[in-house]
Design a protein around this ligand. Sequence first.
Ligand SMILES: Cc1cc2nc3c(=O)[nH]c(=O)nc-3n(C[C@H](O)[C@H](O)[C@H](O)COP(=O)(O)O)c2cc1C
Length: 266
Amino acid sequence: MDINSARLIYFSPTQTTRKIIETIAHGLLFAEIEHVDLTRPGTTVQKQAELHDGLAIIGAPVYGGRLPVEAVSRLRRLKGNGTPAVIVVVYGNRAFEDALLELRDLVLEAGFRPVAAGAFIGEHSYSTDATPIAAGRPDAEDMRTANEFGRMIRERMKNTRSLDGMSPLQVPGNSPYKEWAGLSGVSSVVQEALCARCERCASVCPTAAITVQDAVTTDEAVCIKCCACVKTCSVGARSMEDPRIRQAAERLSENFRERKEPEMYV
Ligand SMILES: Cc1cc2nc3c(=O)[nH]c(=O)nc-3n(C[C@H](O)[C@H](O)[C@H](O)COP(=O)(O)O)c2cc1C
C-alpha cells in the first residue's frame, strides 16, 4: 500500500503519549504529519473526509487499566472511513490491563482498520521526586523502540496489497473490561502565595476545571486528576495533596520499580 501521510490523534494531558506517537511517526518517514490533539475540551476534528489518505496513529494514556473516559468520548467523534490505524496506549509502569483492547474496539467501531498496536511506558502522572514512578520515561531507549516500531509498520504497509487480506489485529485484554471509577472529590491544589497567575494550568487542563481570577479555583467534580496542571506549573505552585493519591503514589513507587518494556503487536 502506498501511504505517505500520518495523522496523529491523541489525548495526552502530561504529553508522554504525544511524545511516543510522534516518535513512531518519525520512524515511518512520511513527509506529511498532521496533529489532531484531543486533549483540550472542545477540539473539533476537521477534514474527516480526508482521513482515508494516510495512516492514523491514535494514542491515549491508561487510567485504572482502561482508557480515560474523556479520551473515549472524544475519540468516539472520529470517523475512520476505513483508514489504517496504529493504536498506542501509554502507562506508568504498573499495567495496561484492558486499555489496548478497549482502544482497538473503539477504533474499529469508529470505522478505522487497526494494523498495529503498542503499549509503551511513560512517567506516571503521580511520580514526584520523593515517589518516582517510571521517572523520565519515555527515555532514549523507549524512543529508539518507538522509532523502530514506526519503521517496522512502514515496511509492513509497503508489503501489504490490501487491508482486506489482513487478519484482524489481536491485542491483550479482557472483555468485559475491568471496572474503574477513579476517585471522586479530589483535585490538585494551588499554593496561592506561589502562584504567578500565569494561567498555564488553566490552559492545559483537559476538562476546563481551573478558573484563574483573583483566586484560583479548581472544580473537583470536573478534575480528572491527570496532573497536567501540576507538571506544567513553572513555579511549583500546584500539587496533588490528597492523602489517597499520595499513598497510591508511595505504593506504586515501591511496588513497580522494575522497568517494564514496550510491547508491540502487528
Ligand atoms: C487517574 C490516573 C490513573 C492511572 N492509571 C494507571 C494504570 O492503571 N496503570 C499504569 O501503569 N499507569 C496509570 N496511570 C499513569 C499514566 O498512564 C501515565 O502517567 C501516562 O504516561 C500518562 O500519559 P500522558 O502523559 O499522555 O497524559 C494513571 C494516571 C492517572 C492520572
